[in-house]
Each structure stands twice: as C-alpha cells, then as structure tokens.
Write a protein that binds this ligand. Structure first.
Ligand code: ADP
Length: 447
C-alpha cells in the first residue's frame, strides 16, 4: 500500500466521523441508539485502519528485504572495486581524489584517508606535472582516454610506470562531475622492454664483433698463407732435390718442416673457410657431376691412410641415378673431413661409406666407422667450432677442432643437414642428407 492510499484511508475515517457528528447533532434518535450507531461506525473505521496497518507492515518488511539485498549488492561491488588487481581512483573534474581502492593505495603507498582530497597531480614527478595538468584540461573535452602512459611517484619517492585509462562520470543532467581512473602498473613490462632493447643492442654489438673477428681472421690467414706456401714449397723442393745428399739428421729436420708446414697450412685454410662461412661470404660453385664417382675417388685418395692402419675401407651404393647438382669441391671437402676423422679415430675394423636415395629428391651419404665412438653427452657439442673431445686424444691425433664445424656449415649451405649417432667403443655414423639439386634461388633467399 502506498503512502497516499494510507492517507486516503485516514481521510475516509475522518469523513465518516464528521458525518457521524452531523447526524448526532441533527438526529431525533434517543442518545442510547445514537451511541450504538456511533460505536458501530467507529468499529468499522478501526477495522479498516487495522487492515491498512497490516498492509503497511507487510510492505515495510518487503522494503527492508529489498534494502538489505541492495546493501549486499553494494557491498559486493565495493569489494570488487577494492580488491581489483588494478588500481581504481575516482576524482572530481579538478583532479582531486575522492575514492581509491586497495590496489591504488598499495601502489601509491599512502593510506586511503590521506589520499582522499589530494590532487592526483601530487603523485606525478615534479618535472612531468605541468604536462599532466595540461592533459587534465584536455580530458574535459573527452569522454574517455585509453592507455595513457605516465610515471607515478609513491610516498617513498619510488617511481613506477603505469598505464592510465580514464572515463568521465556525468550527473543525471549529463554534466561531467568527475573521472574514473584505472591505474595499471606496467613497470614489469617497461623493464622487460628495456631489457629487450639492451639485448638487441648487445646482439648488434656481438654481430659487429663477430664480423670484425671474421674479417680479422680472414685477413690474418691470407697474410699467413702466402709465406707458409713459400716455406712449404721450398722445403719440399729441398727434400726432392737433395734427399740423397742430405745426411739422415738433416733429412729428418726438413721432413719435420714439411709436416709442420702442412699442418699449419691446413689450420690456416680451415680458419679461412670457417670465418668465410661464419660471415656468410662463402659462395657455392654449382655444377652437375656424378656423386658416386666423387665418393669413390675421394676414398681412393685416402686409402693410403687406411692401409697404414690396416683398416678396411668399403663404398656401397644403391643409387640408380648418381648425377647431382652441387659444389663438387666443397662436397669433396665434406667427405674428406668425415673420412679422415673416421680413419683417425679407428684402430681396428674399418670405415664404410654408403650412398642411398631418400624420398623426394633427397640423397643420403653415410660415413660409418668402428672406432672409439663419442660419448652421448658430447654429441651436441660436436659441430661447434674449436671443439675436441679430450686433450690426450687431440694430442695423439692432432687436428684443429674446426673440421666438423666447417662440415656442418657447408652442408647447411647446401640446403642439407648432418646428424651423428655414436656408441663409445663401438663406432660412429655420420649421416649427410642432401638435395639432389642445390638451387641457386634458394641459396640467394637464405643469404
Ligand atoms: P679435429 O680436427 O679435431 O678432428 P673435428 O671438428 O673434425 O676436429 O672433430 C672434433 C672432435 O670430434 C674430434 O677431436 C673428436 O674428438 C671427435 N670426432 C670427430 N669425428 C669422430 C669420429 N669419427 N669418431 C670419434 N670421434 C670423432
């Protein structure tokens, strides 16, 4: 029952009472009957009022329930506001803080009661305050503003980056009365961006250092190669011409010069190749040739090494069409490296080469040996430059630790891949997968 209805009921009762008093004045009835009539009327009026009172009580109860549920809802929104992961602030259009949630209080490290009534600009570092105020003035013309990145200053002068999103609050007559601010702490993101920038810069510096290193290595090796060739050439000539005239001691000395010269020249050439490959300066000279013939001639060239160690050397191929397009000399370099390693690290048994067709215009060349093998933990390092297994083996066999790194880079340049399987004491198998045809366009795309 509405309030007006209740008032209406009271007015009706009052009206009855007036009619009754008029009737009493005019009536010719004896006072006793009049009293009974009046009491009846009063009874009716009281009952009506009683009904109205009950209805009112009921309505009041319903109102109480509605009010409690509204309060509950308000509390829920308050909690959502307070415990939201982002900071929330409400300011008036002058920028004075009216309300702040928990996160905003934690970010600014100022108790809520001290925040309320303070200008938000107080928490902007001094040097950026003027710009912030100018933006506040512009805000008055806008309905909302997203992702406004500013630096905030907490009570203890700690600076942190945050992104502000602002929405204008209007009164019922559509006049702006304030702003709701979402304050998101983006310090971690900014730091990550900073780190990324530093890493990128470091990367550029590293690339530049690597380029300078490669250039240096290439210049140095060029400069070393010329005199080295002269030393080697003349000492070999000495041996050839005067071999029989030299006393044994002198002959051994010149032989040592020749061997050391060869080793040094190999090292210089490996360094040169490695640095050109690293700098992406090595270009393949593509041509068509017979792969099986190349494998056979290369193994023959190395057969004297196999004989010296009493090992077996066998080539097996099931290839129908042995013609491929690749860089012949560079592929031979790959084979020589793999074969000489296989021979170098094998004491009994032998070395086997297999050439097979793979699906979709791909071929595989496998170099297997029954040598010392490589520990599983070391297999991941084997194609790194200047890596050798252990010092005593290295001293015994020599080598630079560059051979497999060059092989890996060359095979990749040929759009192929190399993998290795090995068991200690049992031997190793190197698998080189190559396209039947290395295409120039693909090489250009890669570089
Ligand atoms: P190196 O000039 O020392 O032979 P490589 O890069 O060719 O350089 O080889 C790196 C190392 O990998 C070698 O020192 C050796 O320890 C190991 N290695 C390579 N091939 C074999 C193989 N067939 N059997 C056992 N170990 C091998």
């Amino acid at each position: 029952m509405a309030l007006e209805e209740f008032a209406q009921k009271i007015a009706q009762v009052r009206q009855r009472q007036e009619i009754l008093s008029q009737q009493v004045c005019k009536s010719s009835l004896p006072p006793q009957e009049l009293l009974v009539q009046a009491l009846d009327e009063l009874q009716i009026a009281l009952e009506e009022l009683h009904v109205a009172e009950e209805e009112l009580i009921e309505q009041n109860e319903q109102l109480e329930i509605a009010r409690a549920s509204l309060e509950q809802e308000r509390q829920r929104y308050l909690e959502l506001f307070d415990f939201a992961p982002d900071g929330y602030l409400i300011t008036n259009t002058e920028g004075l803080i009216i309300e702040a949630n928990h996160t905003a209080v934690n970010l600014l490290k100022i108790p809520k009661k001290y925040l309320q009534g303070k200008p938000l600009a107080n928490y902007i570092p001094q040097e950026e305050r003027a710009a912030f105020r100018r933006r506040l003035l512009q805000l008055k013309q806008m309905e909302r503003l997203q992702e406004w990145e500013v630096c905030l200053q907490s009570r203890y002068d700690n600076l942190f980056y945050c992104s502000l999103s602002v929405v204008t609050v209007y009164d019922p007559h559509c006049n702006p009365i304030g702003w709701r601010w979402l304050v998101r702490d983006i310090t971690a993101r900014k730091q990550a961006e900073e780190q990324l920038r530093a890493i990128q810069l470091q990367n550029i510096q590293l690339q530049e250092a690597a380029r300078i290193k490669a250039q240096f290595m290439s210049v140095i090796s060029h400069e070393l190669r010329t005199p080295m060739n002269a030393i080697l050439g003349f000492s070999q000539l000495l041996l050839r011409r005067y071999y029989h005239l030299f006393p044994f001691e002198l002959r051994t000395m010149v032989e040592k010069i020749v061997n050391s010269g060869k080793q040094l020249l190999k090292l210089i050439e490996d360094i040169l190749d490695f640095s050109s490959l690293e700098a992406g300066r090595l270009e393949l000279q593509l041509q068509e040739f017979n792969l099986v013939e190349l494998v056979k001639s290369t193994t023959e060239q190395l057969s004297f090494l196999v004989q010296q160690k009493n090992l077996t050397l066998a080539v097996h191929t099931s290839l129908h069409n042995p013609r491929i397009i690749n860089d012949r000399d560079r592929l031979q370099q790959v084979l020589v490296n793999l074969l000489s390693n296989a021979i170098k690290f094998t004491e009994t048994g032998g070395v086997f080469v297999e050439v097979q067709q793979l699906e979709q215009d791909k071929l595989v060349v496998m170099v297997k040996d029954t040598g010392i093998g490589i520990p599983e933990t070391e297999l991941k390092n084997i194609f790194q430059g200047f890596w050798q297994l252990n010092q005593s083996t290295t001293r015994k066999h020599g080598g630079t630790g560059l051979g497999l790194a060059i092989v890996d880079k060359l095979v990749r340049l040929m759009n192929g891949s190399i993998t290795v399987e090995s068991q200690l004491g049992q031997g190793s198998t190197f698998r080189v997968v190559l396209p039947r045809e290395v295409r120039r366009e693909e090489l250009r795309v890669k570089s």
